[in-house]
Design a protein around this ligand. Structure first.
Ligand SMILES: CC(C)(COP(=O)(O)OP(=O)(O)OC[C@H]1O[C@@H](n2cnc3c(N)ncnc32)[C@H](O)[C@@H]1OP(=O)(O)O)[C@@H](O)C(=O)NCCC(=O)NCCS
Ligand SMILES: [Zn+2]
Length: 264
């Protein structure tokens, strides 16, 4: 089996100015991500990030007990809104972001989406955060997309095994010398899949069965008749496992465009 791929040198890019960046078209997928010194942001930076958000989001983040969680939330939602501003031209705090729960068929919680004034969706999006990493995925209107990131940490894999991994997925990681990292990637693949469909963890992760297609791309069959997902692993560094998924029957179309930015 192939070993872990080498990590590219980080190349930082800037988020384009308001309205200057077209939404992805067709099956193209874009990834915007940042590494954040969570827990240690300056007060000025926190104020700047918070000014990108709306009141309900800042109130939610202020309720997090730990500074790390507050900084991660500020950075993730600021990154999301700044990227959406580059696509729509609407200032970050004025963007009309809603959420919809496919399980309850209700708005107000669940998968986030962006509305434009006429109710259309200018771009599809998803968001994830873990440790120092915040990440946003964008796709063309109508493409159901999900992204998940997991920063390396100590995990009790034996405890996780029966709730997360299908037997064949676990066996595939056992053959690898980098098995803990592969398990983290498998986890990210499965979470990105349930986030693409919008079901989140109301679908049992063990029932989402991923199969490697080519090195770094994979597909998944979803439980409860939800269909199939195509996905790609994202190489963000040796301490990170991340994956992006779209709900579609056929394989992963083209490599996602990866943009690392500084958020501050
Ligand atoms: C969505 C979920 C998979 C996120 O997993 P996680 O690894 O803890 O968190 P991540 O950082 O990867 O993603 C969090 C982001 O996903 C997005 N999200 C929330 N619900 C989502 C959903 N159903 N589908 C896709 N994305 C979702 C939000 O932007 C969220 O950001 P926020 O927490 O800052 O608001 C998980 O929290 C979940 O499934 N929750 C709901 C469980 C459930 O049973 N729902 C039924 C409600 S009735
Ligand atoms: Zn719900």
């Amino acid at each position: 089996m192939p070993e872990a791929r080498t990590t590219p040198e980080p190349t930082l890019t800037s988020i384009p100015p308001a309205g200057a960046h077209p939404a992805p078209a067709g099956s193209a997928v874009e990834i915007w991500w940042a590494r954040v010194d969570v827990g240690n942001l300056s007060d000025d930076t926190r104020t700047r990030l918070a000014s990108d958000l709306d009141e309900s989001r800042t109130a939610k983040i202020e309720r997090y007990r730990r500074a790390e969680d507050r900084d991660r939330g500020l950075a993730a939602h600021s990154l999301l809104r700044r990227v959406l501003t580059s696509v729509t031209g609407t200032p970050p705090a004025e963007l009309d972001l809603g959420s919809f729960c496919i399980t309850c068929n209700e708005h107000g919680h669940g998968k986030p989406y962006l509305s434009s004034g006429d109710g259309a969706r200018p771009v599809e999006l998803n968001l994830s955060h873990s440790g120092e990493i915040v990440i946003v995925a964008l796709a063309a209107p109508g493409v159901q997309i999900g992204v998940d990131v997991e920063q390396s940490r100590t995990v009790d894999w034996d405890a996780m095994r029966s709730s997360i991994f299908a037997d064949q997925e676990w066996a595939a990681t056992e053959r690898r010398t980098d098995r803990e990292h592969r398990r983290l990637f498998t986890w990210a693949r499965k979470e990105s899949s349930v986030k693409a469909s919008g079901h989140g963890l109301s679908l049992p992760l063990r029932g989402v069965v991923t199969v490697e297609e080519t090195e770094g791309t994979w597909s998944a069959s979803m439980p409860q008749g939800v269909g199939r997902v195509a996905g790609a692993d994202l190489d963000l560094g040796p301490d990170v496992a991340a994956a992006v998924a779209v709900l579609r029957e056929s394989g992963w179309p083209e490599p996602p465009a990866l943009h690392q930015v500084e958020i501050g």
